[in-house]
Design a protein around this ligand. Structure first.
Ligand code: ASP
Length: 436
C-alpha cells in the first residue's frame, strides 16, 4: 500500500486559512498518513516566527528581563488558531509549563521545540490524528548525531491504519533532554519519519513550487527543476540553494525514497522531484553561488617533486581548526580556498605558518571571492560544457579567478570577484537554460 510522509513548513501553517488548506491537501489523498508540521511561521513580513519568539522568551528570561511580550504573542497566536479552527486545544496550561523552563540555565532547545510541539497538538486535534511526541522516539547520540535506533522506535509508534502527527525539529538526548536540529530542521524530521515508515514518497510542502535552476532574485524567470538527484541537490544546497535543509536528504537517500518539493498554495503544480537516479532531463540542472571566500595562493618551484608539501600545507589549516573548501593545483602552485566564516581572525597566523613551514617563493591572499557552482549529472557526457560556460562569462565581462571541476564531473566551480556573483550566475544560466 502506498504510504506518504508529508512535512509542512511554517509558512504553510502561519494562520488558520493556511492550516485549512493543509488539511484539504492531507484529506485529498488517503496515502498521506504521516504528517510532520513545523511551528507557525510569519503571517506578515514584519511578524516574528513562533520559533523566534520562543528563543526571545528564553533569552529575556535568562537575563532576568520580563518576557511577557513574546509569551503573550505566542498565546494569542495559538488561541486564535484554535478558535478559528474550532478545536478545543488550550495553549494556556502548556505555556505555564514552558514558563517554568524558560529561565533555567540550559540550552534553548526545549523552548525552541515548543513551537512544533504545540502546533503538532493543535493540528492532530484538527485532523483527528494520533499525536506522537518525537521526544520518545527520535533520539540523538552523545555526539549529537541521530541514533539509528530512532527508525525502529518511530516505526513501532507509527503502526496501524491511522493518521499520525509527529512534530518536526526535535528529539531527545540519551539523558532525556529535548534537543533540536539546526534551524529549518523539520525537513530532517520529515525525512526520518519517511524512512522509519518505509514511505513510498516524502512530500515536503513549502511556499515555492520546487527548486529553480537559479535563484529567482537573480534570474526572475529561471525555469523550475523537474527532477534532480540527491547528489546534484547536495551540491546545489551546499552552494546556497535553500529550499530544503541540506541534511534532509541523508535519511532517505539510502532507502531511495524520493522527495517531492511542493507548494501549499499551488498544490497541483508538480514541483521538484528529488530522486536517486535520473537518466533524462537537462544536463545542467542548476546554478548556485555564495559570497565570502578567501584563497591562499602558494608558489614554489619544483613543488611537485617535494614529498609531503600538500600534507604540511593542509596540516596548517587543521591546526588552526579551519575546514577548507577547495584546493585547485598547478605545476608549481597550489591554492586553498576557505570560507571567511571559518577563517575569522586567523588569516595572518596561517600566512605566518605557511612561510615558516613551507618557505614558498611567493605567497598571496585573494579575498572577496564568490564561488559559483554549475551542477548537473549530464555534463560529463557532453563536449564543450566548460567552453560554453567560460565563453558566457567572457561575454558578460566576468573575470574568472579560479576554476575547478570535481572528479564526479557533476560540478564545475568557478571563483569570481564578489561583485560579479549575480552577473556570473545570470550569464551561466542563460548559456545553459535551453541546452539539451
Ligand atoms: N521552526 C524551526 C525553525 O524556524 C524549524 C523548522 O521550521 O523547520 O527553524
Amino acid at each position: 500500500m502506498e504510504r506518504i510522509t508529508c512535512k509542512f513548513g511554517g509558512s504553510s501553517l502561519a494562520d488558520s486559512s493556511c492550516i485549512r488548506q493543509v488539511i484539504d491537501i492531507i484529506r485529498a489523498n488517503p496515502a498521506r498518513k504521516y504528517i510532520v508540521p513545523s511551528a507557525p511561521g510569519k503571517r506578515t513580513a514584519e511578524e516574528k516566527k513562533i520559533t523566534d519568539l520562543l528563543y526571545a522568551w528564553h533569552n529575556m528570561a535568562r537575563q532576568g528581563l520580563d518576557p511577557t511580550e513574546p509569551k503573550s504573542i505566542i498565546e494569542e497566536r495559538f488561541s486564535t488558531l484554535a478558535r478559528e479552527l474550532g478545536v478545543s486545544f488550550n495553549v494556556q496550561p502548556c505555556l505555564e509549563e514552558i514558563a517554568e523552563h524558560a529561565s533555567r540555565d540550559e540550552a534553548p532547545d526545549y523552548m525552541a521545540s515548543r513551537g512544533e510541539y504545540l502546533n503538532g497538538k493543535l493540528i492532530a486535534e484538527a485532523l483527528g490524528a494520533v499525536f506522537v511526541d518525537p521526544a520518545e522516539c527520535i533520539l540523538f547520540k552523545e555526539n549529537g548525531q541521530l541514533d539509528p535506533r530512532s527508525y525502529d522506535l518511530l516505526g513501532e509508534k507509527l503502526q496501524g491504519d491511522c493518521l499520525f502527527v509527529v512534530p518536526g525539529f526535535y528529539g531527545a538526548t540519551p539523558k532525556g533532554e529535548i534537543k533540536t536540529f539546526s534551524r529549518g530542521g523539520s525537513d530532517i524530521s520529515g525525512s526520518i519519519v519517511a524512512r522509519a515508515t518505509r514511505s513510498s514518497l516524502y512530500e515536503n510542502w513549502t511556499d515555492v513550487s520546487g527548486f529553480r535552476m537559479a535563484d529567482p532574485r537573480i534570474v526572475p524567470d529561471a525555469k523550475r527543476i523537474e527532477e534532480i538527484t540527491y547528489r546534484e541537490l547536495r551540491e546545489l544546497s551546499y552552494m546556497g540553494a535553500t529550499v530544503l535543509h541540506d541534511e534532509a536528504i541523508f535519511p532517505v537517500r539510502e532507502p531511495g525514497i524520493p522527495i517531492q518539493i511542493l507548494n501549499t498554495k499551488k498544490p497541483d503544480s508538480p514541483g521538484t522531484l528529488i530522486v536517486a537516479r535520473r537518466d533524462s532531463g537537462h544536463p545542467v540542472c542548476g546554478i548556485a553561488g555564495r559570497r565570502g571566500f578567501t584563497m591562499f595562493n602558494i608558489e614554489k618551484t619544483l613543488m611537485n617533486k617535494e614529498h609531503g608539501f600538500g600534507r604540511k600545507l593542509l596540516s596548517i589549516f587543521e591546526e588552526h581548526r579551519v575546514s577548507w573548501e577547495h584546493m585547485p593545483t598547478g605545476i608549481d602552485t597550489i591554492s586553498i580556498i576557505a570560507s571567511d566564516d571559518e577563517l575569522k581572525g586567523k588569516v595572518q597566523t596561517i600566512l605566518e605558518s605557511i612561510e615558516r613551514l613551507l618557505d614558498p617563493d611567493d605567497l598571496t591572499v585573494t579575498s572577496g571571492l564568490a564561488i559559483v557552482a554549475t551542477v548537473g549529472k549530464g555534463m560529463n557526457r557532453l563536449v564543450g560544457v566548460a567552453a560554453r560556460l567560460t565563453g558566457a562569462l567572457a561575454e558578460a565581462g566576468v573575470n574568472i579567478r579560479v576554476i575547478n571541476q570535481g572528479s564526479s564531473e557533476m560540478n564545475i566551480l568557478i571563483g569570481v570577484e564578489e561583485q560579479d556573483l549575480e552577473k556570473a550566475v545570470s550569464a551561466i544560466y542563460h548559456a545553459f537554460d535551453s541546452w539539451q
